[in-house]
Design a protein around this ligand. Structure first.
Ligand code: ATP
Length: 489
């Protein structure tokens, strides 16, 4: 992971936000290469959802409308959605070190011989330093005598016996407190409590708020979808793992409105469709799995329906485990019912395609993907160590995702090469993101483009004057191929 983060900085993919001020925890900036990659992924999603949606199980193309809703909405919307009351993580503080932990990310290691309890971040449990500390404090090499349980199973009365993750002392951890993840702000000049508003913690609610306008104005029939890509903000207790868990990130969400009777069919359809989609952008193989949520981890809205399935990816820091990339949830008709009640606006759908006609509040299947996390998955999957190259590493993107598609690399200043190379570049740049690169020797230039993941390097040499051709170097295989200039495009 450290190598990937270093490459991302060195090659202009992702920089820490406010770096010259020492950064700001949980925020990242996309550099010139990163924004190209992110836009490629976003545009592909938009194309495959909105511009050219999938063919449905009945053989007809699905109807999906795109929106781009405001980030700040009427705060009542967040009361209706349950975010004001419930969108929180349980948080534990260490009174001694002032460090803060997410209680649901902690595990307790219980020494059954003396009742001693050690708390650790679940991600760190396998780390050497952790094991060393455990052995030392437990005074034993027999780690088998230690029992690992979720931290939530420890009774508050026993906290006095708990040694926190970053201390040697007992009883320094506080009781878990709910910490609301929404960023608060004030709308207007007076900034009183009446003016409180929130930055959206998910793009989904902006879709529900536009549901009525779309049904009334856009000639759609249930089942149909509304899709949106955009920023979401969560004041995460412990942002970490690069752009995996940040406080500002982008989501790609689609709410699929259907009749309750069809929810099971659509749930399966979307799980399959979304998994194939991730494979099509290069996140594939054994690193991609589908995980079904246990009953006790379901969100309030997903209880009692088809549940939730996550598409998970084996990120470098979760391996051999997996981390969520996208969640597909059956939100039932929870959100629309809540908004109907809180806004006093009828959100029922009138369906006269059946006899007798019926009124109902549609159920929703929601594929909710992280665009930012998707970029990290694609980068992780593309990152390939190869000692046979000068760079020692290259990015193996699907060419459609690669930020730069081609590099035109004239080798010398002679034989009219620059002119020919420029002519080729002028024509390629109108069709593909193309770089004209003359800096340094060809080995250095190849190494740079290996690290950018540029699929094709086109070099000109003296030979070309004779046969009107150039050499294409394929990034992935390093194969060289002689191609006529007018065939290169
Ligand atoms: P997690 O369990 O990892 O906190 P979540 O289940 O709360 O995620 P959802 O509310 O389902 O996430 O959001 C949908 C998608 O948004 C996630 O699958 C993930 O890709 C992305 N996402 C959520 N939180 C973050 C974050 N803090 N940073 C980056 N991406 C995020």
């Amino acid at each position: 992971m450290d190598d990937l983060v270093a490459l991302c900085k060195r090659r202009g993919f992702i920089f820490p936000a406010s770096e010259i001020y020492g950064g700001i925890n949980g925020f990242w900036d996309f550099g010139p290469l990163g924004v190209l990659l992110k836009n490629n992924l976003r545009d592909r999603w938009w194309n495959d959802m909105v511009l050219c949606p999938p063919i449905g199980p009945d053989g007809d193309p699905l109807q999906i409308q795109g929106v781009d809703s405001a980030i700040i909405q009427n705060p009542k919307a967040w009361e209706a959605s349950g975010h004001v009351a419930g969108f929180s993580d349980p948080m534990v503080d260490c009174k001694l070190t002032k460090l803060r932990y997410r209680a649901d990310h902690l595990v307790a290691v219980v020494d059954e011989r003396n009742g001693q309890i050690f708390a650790f971040n679940q991600d760190h449990l396998e780390e050497k330093a952790t094991l060393k500390k455990l052995k030392k404090q437990a005074g034993t090499d027999e780690l088998a005598k230690l029992k690992v349980v979720p931290f939530s199973t420890i009774a508050v009365a026993d906290y006095a016996k708990v040694i926190g993750p970053d201390t040697d002392q007992k009883g320094t951890l506080t009781e878990p407190r709910a910490f609301n993840l929404m960023f608060k702000t004030y709308v207007g000049a007076t900034a009183t409590e009446d003016d409180v508003a929130y930055l959206r913690p998910e793009t989904a609610q902006g879709i529900f708020l536009n549901y009525k306008a779309i049904v009334d104005n856009m000639r759609v029939r249930v089942p149909f979808g509304i899709a949106q890509v955009g920023k979401a903000f969560r004041n995460e207790v412990t942002p970490r793992n690069f752009i995996y868990r940040s406080r500002e990130f982008e989501q790609m969400e689609m709410e699929w409105f259907c009749h309750e009777d069809d929810a099971a069919k659509w749930f399966e359809f979307w799980v399959e469709t979304r998994k194939k989609w991730w494979q099509s952008v290069g996140v594939s193989g054994d690193n991609l799995i589908i995980r079904t949520h246990e009953q006790d981890e379901l969100s309030h809205y997903a209880k009692g329906g088809q549940g939730t399935k996550d598409i998970e990816y084996r990120f470098p820091f979760t391996a051999p485990g997996f981390g969520e990339l996208e969640g597909i949830a059956h939100r039932r008709n929870f959100d629309l019912t809540q908004h109907q009640e809180f806004s006093k606006t009828k959100l029922e759908y009138f369906d006269d395609s059946v006899q007798p006609p019926r009124r109902f509040i549609p159920h929703v299947i929601e594929p909710a993907a992280g665009l930012t996390r998707g970029v990290l998955a694609i980068l992780s999957e593309a990152y390939t160590v190869d000692p046979s190259r000068p760079s020692g590493v290259y990015l193996k993107f699907k060419p459609s995702m690669a930020p730069v598609k081609a590099a035109v690399l004239p080798l010398t200043n002679k034989d009219g090469q620059p002119e020919i190379a420029q002519k080729l570049y002028y024509s390629l740049r109108t069709k593909f993101v193309t770089e004209y690169d003359t800096k340094g020797n060809i080995g250095k230039r190849d190494a740079r483009h290996d690290e950018l993941g540029t699929p094709f390097g086109v070099s000109m040499d003296g030979e070309k004057a004779k046969d009107d051709a150039a050499t294409i170097r394929h990034c992935e295989t390093m194969e060289q191929e002689r191609v006529a200039l007018d065939k290169i495009e």
